[in-house]
Write a protein that binds this ligand. Structure first.
Ligand code: G6P
Length: 487
């Protein structure tokens, strides 16, 4: 077993860089995850880095139990030397924390997803879940405290672990603690829907960090507003600091960019070429030539606003018949968080509306909408390359990497229809076509504008979008935060 107190750099997140499944013969197989954090951390060439995460399923639990007090034995797996400590948290506690509080409450608050006449209602069951959330955060803090070398840097990720910085500081005041939120922060009035005790705990939890990072200045300022309103903390907006109970937490803005090198290489492998050919065939030729494509790629996620996107496409077809037979909407909506009833209902609504659109406009030769729900990364990249228009219209989004990835891999330039409520808007506004995500007619109009953008302008915009989208690659994003924690 590895020495338990040698880590100089620690990362903590709910979902870790690896996950396990059980093969037919009962053995464990391992999969390495993707995403900005995984590629960001690969910048660290330090054998004393460790990633602390939760076991998410039964196979993860079995793997975690095989290393009860320490790090997973990843010898024999090709994971690039990454040390991982996976926490086997009681399944009921995990469910309370992950589904009950993180995804059903904090996610809903920060994305403003509640239908407020009926929800939220904080009752006894919510209080029980909150106790689970506290226990889950405490388990992370204890594991980090046990792993960290004196003075180590700890980078705590996201809303699941909002309480960790404060809990960890109590255990280990010698550590340098950074926190990063990957989602938006709610406006103060909305944040105060939380019971007062929870609101205070989440804010003081994050303020336990030396530095708290956000994808955009807008979310950093919203956090500062909440500290001022709820805690009566001292906020310096110019310096982006929050003073509370004798300590000062610095706020930072680190807008995660797309990983151009990885994407460009990956998007030209044979499996993507194969899917590209398949998509071209499915889109087909109209009577007046090749059809245009409007592409969206999302998890089937309430905040992604897929239903209003489909309504906008329907409105376009209803009001501008010149697009009949000339455009196809490719919508990839991959299953997500199906343990939550709201997500299952939302998935059903997306399917229903898609069927209605095809029934209303489809002809023998033209299928106006192609909806795919099976997750397939190679096919997503193929759609990025093919897209004439990308539709990214979230209600709210911390960043939204799809908006940044499409211009990077687009073959012939792509017009980007982008919600002004996405974090990415702060960097892409100039060359995207902006939409208010609630405005279905406005979104339909934006789609029309995007579809008719002159080719030369589309090419120029795409170049500038790609440059802005790749300004801060994942590795630099990670290293910047680490450096800022030492300064
Ligand atoms: C999105 C958010 C992340 C979050 C993740 C959780 O990607 O942007 O901030 O951590 O969802 O997803 P999961 O599938 O782990 O619940």
């Amino acid at each position: 077993m590895a020495d338990q107190t040698t880590a100089r750099i620690l990362v903590a997140s709910n979902r870790g860089p690896v996950s396990f499944s059980t093969a037919a013969d009962g053995s464990l197989t391992l999969r390495r995850g993707g995403g900005g954090l995984v590629s960001g951390l690969s910048a660290i060439d330090d054998p004393n880095a460790v990633w602390v995460c939760a076991a998410l399923g039964d196979a993860d639990r079995a793997a975690a139990r095989s290393a009860p007090d320490g790090r997973l034995d990843l010898a024999g797996f090709d994971v690039g030397g990454q040390a991982v400590r996976m926490l086997d948290i009681d399944p009921e506690v995990f469910d309370q924390a992950y589904n009950g509080v993180a995804n059903s409450t904090l996610w809903f608050i920060h994305h403003m997803l509640y239908d407020t006449p009926t929800a939220p209602a904080f009752d006894q069951e919510s209080a029980d879940r909150w106790a689970g959330f506290r226990a889950y955060n405490a388990a992370f803090a204890e594991a980090l405290a046990a792993e960290a070398a004196p003075g180590a840097a700890v980078l705590v990720q996201d809303y699941h672990l909002s309480l960790v910085p404060e809990l960890l500081r109590e255990l280990r005041p010698d550590l340098r603690i950074g926190y990063f939120l990957h989602i938006p922060w709610a406006p103060a009035d909305y944040f105060r829907l939380l019971p007062d005790e929870w609101a205070v705990a989440v804010l003081t939890g994050v303020l336990g960090a030396d530095r708290a990072g956000f994808h955009s200045r807008r979310w950093a300022e919203a956090f500062a507003d909440c500290c001022e309103r709820v805690l009566d903390a001292t906020v310096d907006r110019a310096a982006l600091t929050v003073g509370y109970r004798g300590r000062t937490t610095r706020l930072g803005v680190h807008a995660l960019g797309a990983d151009a090198e990885f994407l460009r290489e990956r998007a030209h492998r044979p499996d993507v070429e194969e899917r590209l050919a398949g998509l071209r065939e499915a889109v087909g030729q109209g009577d007046s030539g090749p059809r245009r494509t409007v592409v969206r790629v999302d998890r089937t996620e309430l905040s992604k606003n897929i239903v209003r996107g489909l309504q906008a496409y329907r409105h376009l077809l209803r009001t501008r018949p010149e697009w009949h037979d000339r455009v196809v909407h490719i919508a990839f909506a991959y299953p997500s968080r199906q343990d939550l009833a709201e997500y299952r209902e939302y998935t059903a609504a997306v399917r229903r509306l898609s069927e209605e659109i095809n029934a209303e406009f489809g002809t023998e030769r033209w299928q106006p909408l192609i909806l795919q729900v099976e997750d397939d990364f190679a096919r997503s990249l193929a759609a990025y390359r093919l897209a004439d228009v990308a539709l990214v219209n979230p209600i709210r989004d911390g960043m939204n990497l799809v908006a940044k990835e499409v211009p990077v891999v687009s073959d012939a330039g792509c017009a980007l229809v982008l919600s002004r409520e996405a974090g990415a808007w702060a960097e892409l506004a100039e060359d995207a076509i902006g939409v208010n995500p609630y405005d279905v007619l406005g979104t339909a109009e934006a789609l029309h504008r995007a579809l008719t953008l002159p080719a030369a302008e589309r090419t120029e915009r795409t170049k500038r979008l790609a440059a802005a989208a790749t300004a801060l690659p994942p590795q630099q994003w990670f290293l910047d935060q680490l450096a800022a924690l030492s300064s």
